[in-house]
Design a binder for this molecule. Structure first.
Ligand SMILES: Nc1nc2c(ncn2[C@@H]2O[C@H](COP(=O)(O)OP(=O)(O)O)[C@@H](O)[C@H]2O)c(=O)[nH]1
Ligand SMILES: [Mg+2]
Length: 344
């Protein structure tokens, strides 16, 4: 019985340890959760395979499998060749290698990584093209080619240097059906969508399922945008309507310093309240976009001493004269109503 490949189209994410496999998956699937996926600066943190389903309404649409990664690709390649004898090893040889090595444990990482592949999973091979193209990488590509499985290479550029990218592309082109870039740390919705779309090119048998998933993702994204616009409008309405008042008695009204003190207190309370509203809005937006680990801290002090009615302030924030005219309405309103309401 298959352990990793079930009814949903399945793709194993493979590559050398520390290439960013887990990072690619956490970005692609919006998994911002240490418990579900381990992204780690310490090589070798993922020690077994993990099934990561892309689910809608409890239905598993596509399954990805995070794998430990190749650790001894050259030696594994030779072991597979020895197992096969003369000629080119094929899927049968790889199956034999996996079965034997799961028992023996000499190439445990390789055997675990190849297990979903021999069960029929498509392959997403992650590399970092800023690394030199060593023989060990060629060995990985060779082993994957022997499986005969549909496969795509993903260039996850961790460092900025791109001088080796072309060389990588050329080499990958002869081993993979498709070569795409996907930056695990910078990819946004469009890149994620386009990666899912690329799966169509390596897995034609599941065309309608993958297309349906893309439609669902599009619909979900649209809903999120509408919801986030509502959150922001709600925040603005609350912030603009907010008032802080303080009573001072007649006697004190004559005292300038007393009035100034009350003004300062009001200001503090006002900005603290606005900061609370802002923080709550951020929390709702982060939840909507599934960021669990990210925390936003709104520092209310950053507003202190800011004169929102001054043109200079807005220009410092990079607003042009016409934008300033638009901003001018609510701003002067906020400013005027802010700390100057006294009830006597
Ligand atoms: N700057 C940068 N670092 C990355 C990127 N992808 C992964 N990393 C880092 O590389 C390290 C290994 O990543 P991980 O996903 O655990 O690699 P894996 O062993 O292939 O699963 C982690 O410290 C990641 O934060 C990337 O696109 N840009
Ligand atoms: Mg990993």
């Amino acid at each position: 019985m298959n352990e990793w490949v079930t009814n949903a189209p399945t793709f194993a994410v493979v590559g050398k340890i520390n290439m960013g496999k887990s990072s690619v998956l956490s970005t692609l699937l919006e998994i911002d959760d240490d418990k579900l996926i381990r992204v780690s600066p310490t090589p070798g943190e993922t020690t077994r395979c993990y099934a990561l389903p892309l689910t809608f309404d409890d239905r598993e649409m596509i399954r990805f499998v995070d794998t430990p990664g190749f650790s001894r690709a050259m030696e594994a390649m030779r072991a597979i060749q020895d197992l096969h004898g003369p000629g080119t090893p094929d899927l049968k040889t790889i199956k034999q290698f996996v079965t034997e090595q799961l028992e023996k444990g000499e190439f445990e990482d390789e055997a675990r990584l190849l297990q979903p592949v021999i069960e029929g999973a498509g392959v997403l091979y992650v590399i970092d093209p800023s690394k030199p193209l060593r023989d060990a990488f060629v060995a990985e590509m060779e082993i994957l080619r022997w499986t005969g499985t549909p496969r795509m290479a993903l260039l996850n550029e961790k460092a900025a240097n791109t001088e080796r990218t072309e060389e990588w592309r050329k080499r990958l082109g002869s081993y993979f059906n498709l070569v795409r870039t996907f930056n695990a740390h910078r990819a946004r919705f469009d890149e994620r969508r386009s990666l899912l779309k690329s799966l169509l090119e390596i897995d034609e048998t599941n065309k309608s399922r993958i297309e349906e998933t893309i439609r669902l993702i599009d619909r979900e994204w649209e809903q999120r945008r509408e919801e986030s616009a509502e959150f922001i409008m709600d925040f603005l309405a609350k912030a603009l309507k907010h008032r802080e008042t303080e009573k001072i008695d007649e006697k004190e009204e004559e005292l300038e310093h007393r009035k100034e003190r009350v003004k300062e207190q009001l200001k503090k309370r006002y900005y603290s309240k606005i900061a609370t509203y802002e923080e709550k809005t951020y929390a709702k937006l982060l939840k909507l976009y599934r960021h669990k680990l990210l925390k936003v801290e709104v520092v209310e002090e950053k507003f202190h001493g800011v004169d929102l009615s001054s043109e200079e302030t807005w220009q410092k924030w990079g607003l042009s004269r016409s934008q300033l005219a638009i901003a001018g309405g609510p701003v002067s309103y906020t400013h005027l109503t802010l700390p100057t309401i006294y009830s006597v």
